[in-house]
Design a protein around this ligand. Structure first.
Ligand code: 0X9
Ligand code: ZN
Length: 305
């Protein structure tokens, strides 16, 4: 019904968000986390606004080619609003106890470029002297590190930029996150990436365990179990640096350091064939299982307040 098409580009997604705000007046409004290098607004939605409610933030599409993360964020919005209408789901009370901030497409220039020109494009589209773009998930201002001679090269796929927050997209989004009172009202942050079937938490900039390692591990494992119960997809759980690899300057480290104890990244389900992308036919199943993980995280956060 209200889902956007199977392979929406940036503009139709934003049109869909605007339409939701009209269809669900009072429950949904469109919010802005700054503007991209090419001037596109970074739009998200706020669901179930409430004066003193705890907040949840979901970010998707940081890496332009990971389209499934954008469709998943849209699916989550759709699911939670659908349950609100039907008022039937056992978790709808819990969902409505939080104020949701969901940004399905935080790198709209890259996303557009990945559709139009180069399917595998990952970075932003800021113009450098020799190459375009910065890896948005290396550009955040906590543990930012220019790295070695490979990553330092502006043509590298994981180029962290000349300076932390040199990208309009990460700067704008981080300012928006700051405005949500991280550590006070902002309680849970989930960054969606693909693919590797993992639930990850800080640190990505260091192999040391974070102060909340045990608790984050426990929540991550419960979320992974809930996810697996939906379609049997198995996720690994652990800190970013030792579970996938070192990723200094990623968003989750910054958000955690800013005071959001419950800060997770999800590397969504793998494609059927490793060399391919997750296909459009997997959009709904990916949405369903990711939703189960996020609802479990919400339950855990709510019970630990
Ligand atoms: O390299 C990355 O940024 C992430 N892997 S990806 O294949 N999506 O590029 C891993 C970093 C840890 N994950 C997050 N912090 N989201
Ligand atoms: Zn990614």
């Amino acid at each position: 019904g209200n889902l956007p098409g199977a392979a929406p580009r940036a503009a139709p997604i934003y049109a869909w968000l605007e339409r939701l705000a009209v269809l669900h007046a009072g429950l949904v409004d469109v919010v802005r986390g700054g503007r991209s290098f090419e001037g596109r607004p970074i739009k998200g939605v706020r669901l179930f606004p409430g004066k003193d409610k705890p907040r949840l933030f979901i970010e998707a599409g940081m890496h332009a080619q990971e389209w499934i993360t954008t469709s998943t964020a849209c699916w989550l919005i759709h699911r939670v609003l659908q349950a609100d209408e039907a008022d039937a789901a056992p978790w709808s009370g819990l969902a409505r106890a939080f104020e949701w901030h969901v940004f399905p497409n935080v790198n709209p220039d890259g996303y557009e470029y990945s559709f139009k020109t180069e399917r595998a494009w990952r970075k932003t589209r800021s113009k450098g002297l020799v190459c375009y773009g910065v890896d948005g998930n290396r550009n955040w201002a906590y543990g930012w590190n220019p790295g070695n001679s490979t990553t330092r090269h502006p043509c590298a796929r994981n180029f962290p930029g000349r300076a932390p927050f040199c990208e309009a997209e990460t700067r704008g989004l981080s300012e928006y996150v700051r405005s949500l009172a991280p550590g006070a009202r902002l309680r849970l942050y989930v960054s969606l990436h693909s693919s590797k079937q993992m639930i990850l938490f800080p640190w990505g900039c260091s192999r040391e365990h974070s102060a909340d390692h045990e608790e984050l591990m426990e929540i991550g494992q419960r979320a992974a179990s809930a996810l697996e119960r939906v379609h049997g997809t198995k996720f690994q759980v652990g800190p970013i640096a030792s579970t996938i690899y070192m990723a200094p300057g990623n968003s989750v480290d910054w958000v955690y350091a800013a005071g959001v104890k419950y800060a997770f990244a999800m590397e969504l389900r793998n494609p059927v064939k490793p060399e391919q992308y997750v296909s459009a036919s997997a959009i709904e199943a990916t949405g369903e299982e990711t939703f189960a993980a996020i609802i479990t995280m919400l339950e855990e956060v709510a019970s630990r307040s």
